[in-house]
Design a protein. Structure first.
Lengths: 92, 239
């Protein structure tokens, strides 16, 4: 296998693993936080405005970790710096 | 496939390039500015008012109420900044229903600029509210040891603001593009509707987080430990 095949293989496999793990863990966290927020809502319906707002902000914070993983895997697939460098070196 | 509207080039001459991000940003700014100018040109005080004035009043009072709920007691001081952030990001997301339009917030340069605005606005509002010394002292809360962590958090949350908005908007556009090649007819429409929802939520989150950061910088430090608040008299039947 030459360098290009190795880089392509490593990038694609890593992108898949990144998105996979990066979806699983934030999903678990978000599920926990939504479940807790629902319990709190059922106990204190009066505080629904505060709970909902805090929940939204918290969910966005958690979800941003998933988004980071997504951005990294997108860079690996569509804008891979190592791949570009090898292509440039091969063109010379 | 385009990763961001930066790569969509309308016109270039020498070093100057006019890419999609700039064009769509200025178009949005023009729509927002001209629209609000037209609506506020003749405001009515009596009961007969135009539907557009009602819409604008609803938006402004809604934003004001949200800012107040976050813990900023005088929302009108921050309405200009936070309201503009919200309206721009929300408008950028809502306009994705127009064919041929790419949201400018799907480019990292736009979101980084917005996040830098927040980064600069937090100390400005903080110093205006509690003076230079008082603001700098907030970095030493709760102890001096936390100083480096407070500085790191200031930087990392700016990065997080930028990447969160960019990732969400970019992923929406990209998923629709990928789905168009696989299932061209029905599914992309559903995802577009979902993208509208995510866009609104992101606009809300972006401005609420900016408001939370500003609230944290402008809040007067609490006086030294106070006694436990007395339990509020609740409904005896429930406890």
């Amino acid at each position: 296998m030459d360098n290009m095949t190795l880089i392509a293989m490593a990038s694609i496999v890593t992108a898949g693993i990144t998105t996979g793990i990066g979806c699983m863990c934030p999903a678990l966290g978000e599920g926990r936080s939504v479940a807790t927020a629902l319990t709190a809502l059922a106990q204190q319906p009066d505080a629904s405005a505060t709970i909902t707002r805090t929940l939204f902000v918290g969910l966005a914070m958690i979800e941003s970790t998933a988004i980071y993983c997504f951005v990294v895997s997108m860079i690996l697939i569509f804008a891979n710096p190592f791949w570009n460098q090898v292509i440039k070196a091969a063109g010379k | 496939m385009r990763l961001s509207p930066d790569e969509l080039i309308f016109w270039h001459h020498g070093l100057i390039k006019l890419n999609g991000t700039i064009v769509f940003t200025w178009a949005l700014m023009a729509v927002l500015a001209v629209g609000s100018k037209l609506i506020t040109r003749n405001l009515a005080m009596d009961l007969k008012r135009s539907p557009w004035q009602n819409l604008l009043e609803m938006v402004v009072t809604g934003i004001e109420k949200q800012i107040e709920d976050v813990g900023l007691p005088h929302p009108e001081k921050y309405l200009g900044f936070l309201g503009t952030l919200f309206l721009f990001v929300a408008m950028a997301a809502l306009c994705t229903v127009i064919p041929g339009y790419d949201p400018p917030t799907a480019s990292l340069s736009t979101t980084a600029a917005l996040a830098l605005c927040v980064f600069a606005a937090v100390p400005i509002f903080g110093i205006k509210e509690q003076g230079l010394g008082g603001y700098l002292k907030s970095y030493l809360q709760p102890t001096v040891i936390m100083l480096p962590f407070n500085i790191i958090s200031e930087l990392s949350r700016t990065l997080a603001l930028a990447v969160r908005l960019f990732g969400n908007m970019m992923s929406g556009a990209m998923i629709i593009a990928i789905l168009l090649t696989i299932t061209p007819f029905l599914f992309p429409i559903i995802m577009t509707a979902l993208g509208l929802l995510t866009g609104m939520v992101q606009a809300y989150i972006f401005s609420i987080l900016a408001a939370v950061y500003i609230a944290a910088a402008t809040r007067k430090p609490k006086p030294k430990p106070q006694p436990e608040p007395a339990p509020t008299p609740g409904n005896p039947a429930t406890d």
